[in-house]
Design a protein around this ligand. Structure first.
Ligand SMILES: [Zn+2]
Length: 540
């Protein structure tokens, strides 16, 4: 569903879909049953039902039944809500929980490690920093509820069971049939799990609809819960697990917070054997290209076309050759600029070939105008920072603007491109390279512009400490690089650019054949002098 330049899926376009994160927002509030079921197993939920029943009987008549049932859904904040409705209900809630074995020592210890938890009165233990046993229980309990969809559903069913026992639950006949034997009928258990989880989300939306502040205490507690975990336990990276198993010696850096970040000295990627020849191949291609140009007749009167074409090729070739010397660049993260330069040069060259020949002059004039602009901007800096080398650099930019020292004639065009602001995408579209632009250039640009997907996949990793809720942390490992296929594709693209340039410049066929005579017809590298489609630039 299109709205201007924004495209929404039909579902998103309804505006009715609210994506929320129950682990982040609600799981801390359900910490009590999460911990208890980790200690007692999922079947321990039965004890919560007995607790609900007993509390409801004890408090019947003192508070409205629906409200009472809603307060017994396992949420800590709802226990506080109950004591607001009925200030002396703590004793009943706690005693009945103890009778049902819902407050074993381990669970009490883990709960007591959070000073800012709701329903603090549920356990009488003073707040104490968590010991290893507490942390182990918390981590195990969270991991279990996150990885076991049935346990997840049972915890969310506490709300339904409480309402059923209070006689305040209503739904359609089919759902009632499904829930009656739950969770004891293996044949319908998965279906009932799904219904329970869905109903829980719908009920949450209803509560929010009736009172937009309903979950404010739960979210306040969730912030405190995750914040406390960040202080009591440290982040875990995948390499931490690797290091545990292979005894790799690491330097540990102690941070002021007491966290320790492992640090490894990283050597540059080794040159892959199959990639050793690529740098030499690219240099040979580039020098044969220059040789072919210099042994052909050149148009020295209108020289801009040859200058621009070979300038673009040589600039791209230098980037490729340099990158081929360092395998660290041979990956998407560090090599995206190479792809951009190769594709951009090809689009420029192919588009200019079908434009009016004056375009080559425009290309140079546009760049000269930019040099003038940059020189002016540099001059804005305060006098006291303009040292001798700085002034020299500004002078060089002024020279490159090819302005006259007396007649100030250089035009500065600040539009997006040399072609009256035409975008590179439009150029690609007009010269038959839109697919190349969309499939190769756009994604490489995403990397260059730090689009989040690129940062996420290249520079971040997910923390493996379950008590941290799955946040992303900076990756301490460098990309391994050394992708020979990628490096070879750069050489192929450079060769394509060279072929295109020789065709645009109508370079003498014999000169080309002589210069590239050394080139074996090896797979992937086309002979520049194969004679095919010489007139048809757009088929390049
Ligand atoms: Zn973490």
């Amino acid at each position: 569903m299109r709205d201007g330049r924004v495209y929404r899926s039909p579902l998103a376009a309804t505006g009715a879909l609210q994506i929320s994160d129950w682990v982040r927002d609600d799981l801390p509030d359900l910490l009590w049953p999460v911990l208890v079921l980790s200690e007692l197993g999922t079947a321990g939920a039965r004890r919560f039902l007995h607790w609900q029943k007993a509390v409801q009987q004890d408090l019947a008549g003192k508070v409205e039944l629906g409200a009472l049932a809603g307060c017994l859904d396992g949420r800590l904040t709802n226990l506080d809500r109950l004591t607001t409705l009925l200030p002396d209900s703590h004793g009943v809630v706690r005693t009945r929980a103890q009778e049902q074995g819902l407050l074993p020592e381990s669970v009490v210890g883990a709960l007591a490690s959070y000073p800012l938890r709701p329903a603090k009165w549920l356990v009488s233990l003073d707040v104490t920093p968590p010991g290893q046993a507490d942390i182990d229980l918390l981590a195990r309990a969270l991991l279990e509820v996150l990885s076991d969809n049935h346990r997840h559903a049972v915890i969310k069913c506490l709300q339904i069971w409480s309402a059923v026992q209070a006689g305040t639950f209503s739904t359609d006949a089919r759902t009632i049939e499904l829930l009656k034997p739950y969770p004891n009928d293996p044949a319908t258990r998965d279906a009932a799990d799904s219904v329970v989880r869905a109903a829980w989300g719908a009920q949450k939306s209803l509560l929010l609809h009736n009172d937009e502040d309903y979950f404010v205490p739960a979210i306040r507690w969730a912030r405190a819960f995750w914040g406390a975990n960040s202080m009591t336990t440290r982040c875990r990276r995948s390499r931490d697990s690797d290091a545990d198993s292979d005894d790799t010696a690491e330097d540990e850096v102690d941070l002021p917070s007491g966290h320790a970040v492992p640090r490894r000295s990283a050597a540059p990627a080794a040159m892959p054997e199959e990639g050793v020849h690529l740098r030499q191949l690219a240099m040979d291609l580039l020098s044969s290209y220059v040789e072919a140009l210099e042994t052909s007749p050149a148009r020295l009167y209108d020289h801009e076309r040859q200058e621009v074409c070979c300038g673009l090729v040589v600039r791209a070739g230098r980037e490729v050759i340099t990158a081929l010397g360092a395998p660290d660049f041979w990956c998407m993260e560090h090599g995206s600029h190479i792809i951009r330069v190769l594709v951009e040069s090809r689009i420029y060259m192919q588009w200019m070939a079908q434009a009016d020949p004056s375009i080559y002059r425009s290309f140079q004039d546009y760049g000269a105008g930019k040099a003038k602009l940059y020189a002016r901007i540099m001059e804005e800096l305060p006098e006291d920072v303009k040292r001798a080398d700085f002034r020299e650099a500004v002078k060089e930019l002024e020279d490159l603007s090819h302005n006259d020292s007396v007649l100030n004639h250089r035009v500065v065009d600040t539009r997006a491109s040399f072609a009256e602001g035409k975008s590179i995408r439009s150029m690609a579209s007009e010269c038959g390279l839109l697919d190349l632009y969309r499939q190769a250039y756009q994604m490489a640009s995403g990397v260059a512009h730090s689009e989040w997907w690129s940062i996420e996949t290249h520079a971040m990793e997910r923390c493996r400490n379950v008590l941290h809720g799955g946040h992303l942390v900076p990756s301490l490992s460098l990309s391994s690089g050394g992708n020979v296929e990628l490096a070879r594709s750069w050489v192929d693209q450079l060769n394509t650019l060279i072929r295109l340039s020789l065709r645009v410049l109508e370079t003498d066929q014999n000169a080309v054949a002589n210069a590239f005579g050394w080139l074996d017809p090896e797979p992937g590298i086309e002979q520049p002098d194969d004679g095919a489609d010489n007139d048809d630039v757009s088929s390049g």
